[in-house]
Ligand binder design. Structure first.
Ligand SMILES: [Zn+2]
Length: 417
């Protein structure tokens, strides 16, 4: 589905976002095709593409090999050099950062293993990584801001900041205000599963999907429902926290105080416990080595049980939400996710069975290990590239700010971000 333009005067920034959105989704598209898709007049589309070119958000290229008389047709593309944003992924025991351009390419990437209990050390580490990234030549382009992805739930709930799959010991996110002051950049933040889902929606395997469910398989397990390319947030921004859904009656005790939570069976933390790997350091390497050997009885038993839980979870998600597909991403080693998905076949019967092809009921992210960084980096630009007004809540740009970024006269210009 493509959003339609509107002729109301107040909708000019909205129309620009619609045109940008169509260009992004197609990668490269001629003006004539844009007109057909967005229901705006040829003149309006021409004005918008001219303006977007002038401010450098898109570039025009002659279409090679086109067999038309006269001038070869011109196609528009997002300008990868229009600017970058910095994505920061905070996970228990690890801080990762990347410099990401407007077409979702990670230009530079850094990763540091640290004790994330200590907020002060986290802030110092993040600032160090940002300084390194800003020294890169690519950072000389406009910087849209910093996005931070961190494990949820975020507001104070019964189960926030508790246990080894969260930023344990944190009580609030005031450190992000300090990050904004220290970096002098706008800072946007979100639960990691929401950020990564938006990343998949803009630049990943879900770029053509209006709705899907995103499963974030990392140290813990999270999820996000994307509807009309907006993340469904719930009452307090903690919707679809699937890691703490009861999955096994009377099962393994969970840090949240309940027992048998899905995350106790389906997460890197759960596997690390089964293998007796306690240190976050080198944990992924040890897991991958064990998977490649595939001789460890504890590993095989864990995989069989985790695949059962995954099969059940897919059935619950499908019957509850009827998503076009379930995308699985997160920081878990791709080899592990592939193994579990293969073992979860055949999937249970559900409302998606017989409708979706077996290969589209579950789709793996192509950016598995990078999905949090990419998602975080998308937060400062999502409102710019998405025609939806209701996308983000506490982390969204002001409307006037977006209009300025889109080159609208009479509003605050970008550059002071
Ligand atoms: Zn739990």
């Amino acid at each position: 589905m493509v959003s339609r333009g509107t002729t109301q005067q107040s909708s000019a920034p909205y129309n620009r976002r619609i045109v940008l959105d169509v260009i992004r989704r197609h990668g490269s598209i001629a003006r004539r095709e844009i007109v057909d898709l967005v229901s705006l007049s040829p003149q309006t589309v021409a004005n918008i593409t001219n303006d977007l070119q002038t401010i450098g958000l898109i570039v025009a290229r002659r279409v090679k090999g086109a067999k038309s008389r006269g001038q070869p047709p011109i196609a528009f593309e997002l300008n990868p050099n229009a600017g970058n944003s910095i994505g920061i992924s905070l996970e228990p025991g690890r801080v990762s950062a990347g410099l990401v351009n407007l077409v979702g390419e990670i230009l530079e990437r850094r990763e540091v293993d640290i004790d994330t209990h200590d907020q002060r050390r986290v802030l110092e580490t993040v600032m160090g990584l940002i300084r390194e990234l800003r020294r890169r030549p690519a950072a000389a382009e406009r910087l849209w801001g910093i996005g931070v992805a961190l494990p949820g739930p975020l507001v104070k709930t019964d189960i926030s900041f508790i246990g080894p799959t969260t930023l344990e010991g944190w009580s609030d996110l005031s450190v992000l205000d300090e990050l904004r002051d220290a970096s002098r950049l706008q800072v946007f933040y979100s639960v990691d599963s929401v950020a990564a889902a938006l990343g998949e929606s803009l630049f990943g395997v879900a770029r053509a999907l209006d709705n899907f469910f995103y499963m974030h398989f990392g140290v813990g397990l999270g999820g996000t429902l994307v509807v009309n390319r907006s993340a469904y947030r719930g009452a307090n921004g903690n919707a679809t926290e699937i890691g703490h859904i009861p999955a096994v009656p009377g099962g393994k005790p969970c840090y949240c105080g309940n027992a048998g939570c899905l995350e106790r069976y389906l997460s890197v933390q759960s596997l690390a416990e089964a293998l007796g790997v306690s240190e976050a350091l080198d944990r992924d390497a040890l897991i991958v080595a064990a998977l490649e050997r595939n001789t460890d009885a504890a590993l095989q038993a864990w995989c069989r049980e985790a695949a059962e839980r995954l099969r059940d979870a897919v059935c619950v998600i499908e019957n509850l939400l009827d998503p076009l597909t379930i995308v699985i991403g997160g920081s878990a080693p791709k080899l592990l996710v592939e193994r579990l998905v293969a073992l979860a076949e055949p999937l249970h019967h559900s409302v998606r069975g017989g409708v979706a092809s077996p290969t589209t009921r579950i789709v793996l992210s192509e950016r598995q290990e990078d999905s949090s960084i990419l998602g975080a980096a998308v937060l400062p630009i999502y409102d710019l590239l998405s025609p939806r007004f209701e996308v983000l809540q506490q982390d969204r740009r002001a409307e006037a700010d977006v209009a300025g970024l889109l080159g609208q006269r009479g509003t605050r210009r970008a550059g002071r971000l």
